[in-house]
Design a protein around this ligand. Sequence first.
Ligand SMILES: Cc1cc2nc3c(=O)[nH]c(=O)nc-3n(C[C@H](O)[C@H](O)[C@H](O)COP(=O)(O)OP(=O)(O)OC[C@H]3O[C@@H](n4cnc5c(N)ncnc54)[C@H](O)[C@@H]3O)c2cc1C
Length: 446
Amino acid sequence: MSDSTPLSLLIIGGGASGMAAAIAARENADRFGFKREDFSIVIAERNGRVGEKIRISGGGKCNITHEGLPREVLQKGFFNKKEERFLRTALFSFTNSDILDLLSRKGLRAQARDDGKVFPVLADGTSVADAFESLLEDSAICIQFSSRVKRVFFREGLFEVTFEEGGSLFAKRLVLATGGVSWPQTGTTGDGLRLARLLGHTQTTPSPALAPLYLLRPPSARLAGISLRGVGLKGLSSSGEATRRGDVLFTHKGLSGPAVLSISRDVALLMANDEKCLVSADLFPDHTHAILEAELLRQSAQKGSQMIRKFLQMCPIAPGGLLGGPSVHGTIPTALIAFIMKHAGLKEDVAWSSLSKIGRNNLLTVLKRFPLGQVARVPLEQGEVSAGGIALGEVNPKTMESRVVPGLYLCGELLDYAGEIGGFNLQAAFSTGWLAGSSAVRQLQE
Ligand SMILES: Cc1cc2nc3c(=O)[nH]c(=O)nc-3n(C[C@H](O)[C@H](O)[C@H](O)COP(=O)(O)OP(=O)(O)OC[C@H]3O[C@@H](n4cnc5c(N)ncnc54)[C@H](O)[C@@H]3O)c2cc1C
């Protein structure tokens, strides 16, 4: 592993961003007329294979990217304006079509679902990692497996990288592509943050994103595995609130599902100063309190003998559904009804005719703000990504070059951004990696 001849480019991390950086670097080096034997590109990867996270992405199906124009991808995937601005050049210069074209060179075909998420036709993350491996081979990229970088030094314009296993490498240009800190079993234990700090960078503390919520009192076992469709989810603490619209899944420890994953970053922030955060679900997000009250009154007047739980069982909660609109796609799950009645202080077999005004108001309150519980923890290690990372102001968004150390490039989840669920995080890793690899070669050529 030791060699004192400087490599042209060393990339630390063989994940989505590191592999994209390596392939982009070779394409650019070829284009600039560098002979392959004179332009050495090496990936140092601590695992025994590349693309560990790609293989498990999207539940093993790998949601590669999201369809749409780059502008749409940015707006849908990155709510934080500062992060959206930072990613603009990268996402415009290596787009969703570019990554799909690249993978198609290896015969990988992909298709977009109705919700815009793009998956391999075979719905297999391993096929994406395999395609990358083959592209790396074609590009004559040398991969040093089982090589965990311990220290990085920058002296007299050269980088020296030392390994935990012993030995060191020198390089003219260095790309840090070590990922975030979630799912540490895939190799992402925050090494890159430490390495960047040693080189003079600052970081914001990593925090969870796209993570489940663990509740102080986990949901009843009868609810685990049940989903609420299209609800309005709210997290509330004394310092503020966060809201999302979407599906919520009850789990044994708390809550998951798209709306929960999306809100988790905000909930973690609401809890930052040891604050209590309560989460609730609006089961009728398309209906104001007044409209819902009118509907309950109408039911009381027209169907006095009907049991309220029967009404709830049949009652569509989808937008427009309650009032006979076109988009009926769900009802309140039967298992939840006993809990709604209990929270509203109503007996299970009460009929509309015997519902008091107080009872109706209680029911209304529970339907509009069903208490899901108090959040105990947003587990950082369980997040699909981690927020926080190397400060964006210290990296040039047009090249991904460090503003602190010339010749150092940073890309992927290591940086202080986090995208929404839907293929946006892999796309951001591919795009920032591609930009970093191309820029590093361009700089060497100048
Ligand atoms: C369960 C799960 C599901 C996901 N599903 C999706 C999805 O469907 N769609 C989507 O867009 N995103 C998804 N993501 C997020 C996405 O996988 C990541 O955002 C993306 O892989 C980040 O790419 P990266 O290159 O920055 O980091 P990574 O892909 O994590 O790569 C970092 C690499 O660096 C290596 N490394 C770290 N430290 C060292 C060191 N000291 N020396 C050498 N090597 C080192 C690691 O071993 C790793 O291989 C998912 C994440 C998880 C955990």
